[in-house]
Design a protein around this ligand. Structure first.
Ligand SMILES: [Zn+2]
Length: 182
């Protein structure tokens, strides 16, 4: 099997699992050395050919696999020879984490910059401006809107942001610029 070291990483396993799903995972998790056909994979892994093809196509769309076509001279049949290209996974994961971090920072800012009101009946949330427009009454059920504490949500976001920063080795000195540039 190729890329064994990469595939031992639970983060990478989870990443692949999210891409191809449980049915595609046997394909994604055991890339052979060199080229392989979809039929060979299906037979080797005891999977439906369609499931194998689906997984391969998802990997292809995410730049994690490539193929070349061979035409059989006699029958005219096309054979697809697949190669797994996992070298870029760590890089891809890292840029995805940067994107997530940016989004979280933005969302946290939004939560901190705004005041929110809640309808306890409908569990609908309104920004201050909206709540004021509705006269602090729920437009759906007419209940009184109440101020909503979101500090627990902000705390949870802060923890996740801290985790991501640690995983990405972002120190305070490298801070904001690098995060927004990524
Ligand atoms: Zn309501």
């Amino acid at each position: 099997m190729a890329f064994e070291e990469l595939l031992n990483d639970p983060v990478i396993q989870k990443y692949l699992h999210e891409l191809v799903g449980p049915t595609g995972m046997p394909v994604a998790a055991a890339p052979p050395d060199g080229e392989v056909t979809d039929e060979e994979l299906a037979e080797e892994l005891g999977l439906e050919l369609n499931d194998v093809r689906r997984a391969l196509f998802i990997l292809y769309e995410n730049d994690l696999a490539s193929y070349r076509r061979l035409r059989d001279e006699d029958s005219g049949w096309l054979t697809y020879l697949w190669t797994f290209e996992y070298d870029s996974i760590p890089e891809q994961l890292e840029s995805e984490m940067h994107r997530l971090l940016d989004a979280l920072n933005e969302r946290k800012q939004y939560e901190q910059d705004n005041e929110f009101y809640l309808c306890g009946q409908c569990q609908l949330r309104f920004e201050f401006g909206e709540a004021m427009e509705f006269g602090f009454e729920c437009p759906q059920c007419g209940s009184q809107l109440e101020t909503m504490e979101n500090s627990r949500l902000v705390d949870a976001m802060e923890r996740r942001i801290e985790e991501l920063r640690e995983e990405l080795n972002i120190t305070d000195e490298t801070d904001a610029d690098e995060v927004t540039d990524a």
